[in-house]
Design a protein around this ligand. Structure first.
Ligand code: ZN
Ligand code: ZN
Length: 386
């Protein structure tokens, strides 16, 4: 094991920061306290600070030597609208808001690495510390990019990390190529014609049409893509009617599509609309489809993944790094940053316990030194002094 000794020295300090963030969670684009603390600490360590990037984002810039190589390290800062049930003494003090995805730990690990790298400066080049707001579906990565993130803070490669419950602490897991799925959302309003429930022939029943649409959408998965390619279509909401004896005028369906394949993703919206419009037309109903592509596929570049693997193996040891992890069907908005700059996204063990987004989930403080050592090693290796 090669946890950096100096980072192990401030494990206690990092644990305090993490628990303070945990007790004071903030939802996406409301991370004012969090980003203020991040900015203060970076400044205290002599790192150049830029606030308000993508609304509540912060970027720290640290240069050492004369090198022109540049690396971006990204952590997310936001919490979720969940009522916490961990029972910890540092549990959320903010009703209905909870760090249930471990972004408190992500922010802390990147701060730990920043403190170490500012102190030791054992590299040659520029590190951009990217503290991103609003990862949980609100588009924080996009808002930082819209604010000119990589024009103002250029990076040759950009890296991300997420904790992974039930992967042992001290282990890492990664793969080149797609690692997280694209995530789209849809809202379909089906307009039929209301009628008395006893005389359905006088109307166009949108409940029947909606039911057929839901079934037909599953053929996108089973009959339009190869069985070896991953696609998920989930209709998660079906809103219809208000009385047992009235056929409603319209219904609303909502849900999400996920895929790891960019080609499939490119054609998905068109196929989706064709199925919905076709089924509705067959029944004499009409549909309004609001289809949004929220997250692109998270694709790890080959060379950046080699750098990530090397750093992870240095920190964890060869046997504790999985280099061909199965991709996840969840989505991650860091994908947008990696569309702009090649990079790699790694998963880090959080040990046994509840999964992310669960009210009993908690980031494991034992993982802090592993993550901060990974970040620091990545910089020292990729921006190695000549
Ligand atoms: Zn999350
Ligand atoms: Zn997360």
């Amino acid at each position: 094991m090669a946890i950096i000794n100096r980072i192990a020295d401030f494990h206690g300090e990092m644990t305090e920061w993490r628990r303070d963030f945990h007790a004071n969670p903030e939802l996406g684009f409301q991370e004012r306290r969090t980003s203020e603390i991040v900015a203060e600490k970076l400044a205290e360590w002599g790192i150049e600070v830029h606030k308000g990037i993508g609304r509540t984002g912060v970027v720290g810039v640290l240069k050492a030597g004369n090198g022109t190589r540049r690396i971006g390290l990204r952590a997310d800062m936001d919490a979720l609208p969940i009522v916490e049930r961990t029972g910890k003494d540092y549990a959320s003090g903010s009703d209905g808001v909870m760090h249930a995805c471990g972004h408190d730990g992500h922010t802390t690990m990147l701060l730990g690495a920043a403190k170490y790298l500012a102190e030791t400066r054992n590299f040659d080049g520029t590190v951009q510390f990217i503290f991103q707001p609003a990862e949980e579906g609100l588009g924080g990565a996009f808002s930082m990019l819209d604010d000119g993130l990589f024009d103002r803070f250029p990076c040759d490669r950009v890296y991300g990390m997420h904790n992974m419950p039930n992967l042992p602490v001290g282990e890492f897991s990664i793969r080149p190529g797609p690692i997280m799925a694209a995530g789209d959302t849809f809202e379909v309003t089906i307009q039929g014609r209301g009628a008395h429930a006893a005389m359905p022939h006088q109307g166009i029943d949108p409940v029947i049409v909606g039911s057929n649409v839901i079934i037909a959408l599953q053929t996108l998965v089973s009959r339009t893509v190869s069985a070896q390619d991953a696609l998920v279509v989930s209709v998660t909401e079906f809103h219809a009617g208000e009385a047992f004896n009235v056929i409603p005028d319209s219904v609303v369906l909502r849900g999400t599509c996920r895929t790891l394949n960019m080609e499939i993703h490119g054609e998905l919206e068109e196929k989706f609309r064709r199925v919905v419009d076709g089924i509705c037309a067959a029944h004499g109903a009409t549909a309004t489809v609001d289809y949004k592509s929220v997250f692109p596929v998270t694709v790890n570049a080959e060379d950046a993944t080699e750098h990530a693997l090397s750093a992870a193996r240095t920190v964890a040891g060869d046997g504790r790094v999985i280099d061909d992890t199965a991709p996840l069907m969840g989505s991650e908005d860091f994908a947008a940053m990696m569309q702009a700059v090649p990079g790699s996204y790694i998963l880090m063990g959080n040990g046994p316990g509840a999964s992310v987004h669960h009210p009993e989930y908690d980031f494991n403080d034992e993982a802090l030194t592993h993550g901060a050592s990974y970040w620091s090693t990545l910089v020292e290796q990729q921006l190695a002094k000549a």
